[in-house]
Design a protein around this ligand. Sequence first.
Ligand SMILES: Nc1nc2c(ncn2[C@@H]2O[C@H](COP(=O)(O)OP(=O)(O)O)[C@@H](O)[C@H]2O)c(=O)[nH]1
Ligand SMILES: [Mg+2]
Length: 293
Amino acid sequence: MKFVGLKTGIQATVSQHKLQVFQWTSDLHSGSTYCSTIVQHAAVNRKTVDVVNLDPAAEYFDYQPLVDIRELIHLDDAMDDADLKFGPNGGLVFCMEYLMENPDWLEEQLGDVDDDYVLFDCPGQIELYTHMTVMRQLVELLQQRLNFRVCGVFLVDSQFMVDGAKFLSGTMAALSVMVNLELPHINILTKMDLLSKSARNQLDRYLEPDPHSLLGDVQTGSKWSEKYHHLTEAIGRLIEDYSLVRFYPLNIKDEENVTDLLLMIDNMIQYGEEADVKTCDFDYEDRDDGGDG
Ligand SMILES: Nc1nc2c(ncn2[C@@H]2O[C@H](COP(=O)(O)OP(=O)(O)O)[C@@H](O)[C@H]2O)c(=O)[nH]1
Ligand SMILES: [Mg+2]
């Protein structure tokens, strides 16, 4: 097996039957670290995970990319062009659309990815995932033309989730992405290693969200929160009643934590289900114990 995957991310695998997984993460700065963590973790377990860099503005990452969008187009190409004159956000969207206009390039660069497990390290701009169509087109390309099995991995910085209002807004962002992409999806809280003990305790209260507990935190006594109290309450209840959004806290320094996460993703994309059982020949030592066995 080989594997394919993404940051604001996509994780994808391919099997002999052209099963592929796509891991995809939208986040506030953790995506490339996530990808290299998974690559290193896989290597320790003697598995190969490839990473495709899809961030046209990437300056640094700690893995050897299988494919790098910057070889097709760099953000600077869109921003420096005298005719295009894009700023950073428009330029980024232009680059992603340019990629979608060149699917042959991506296919050729990926090469023969049968059985591969690939991470697609995506740019972090959230609008690409919440309401634009370009990432959805990319997912469709991977699924339909390249036969990947794709899973969206949405990375949210845990440091931005430790108060009630921020947690609600992070949850709504995750929900928008889930609805827009219609993919098997996992939400990850990153940088758990950086949280203080009290912040971690605060966050724990939200991981099994109790809308009353959230609301208690959101009510600041401001005019705004009084006015929209019922709306906030309704959103909290909706999220809880329908188990719409869950978060997986990830500490990249905890091997077991990473293993559990990968197992969860493997289950979602049914990775390994078609793998053959490995057989191994043993040389049994001659036993001359004279027994009857
Ligand atoms: N301690 C810690 N630092 C992290 C973690 N994830 C990212 N960082 C740091 O945050 C910065 C940005 O991370 P990066 O993965 O490049 O973000 P990207 O822009 O989304 O690709 C880097 O300095 C990383 O070392 C994490 O889980 N723990
Ligand atoms: Mg990056």
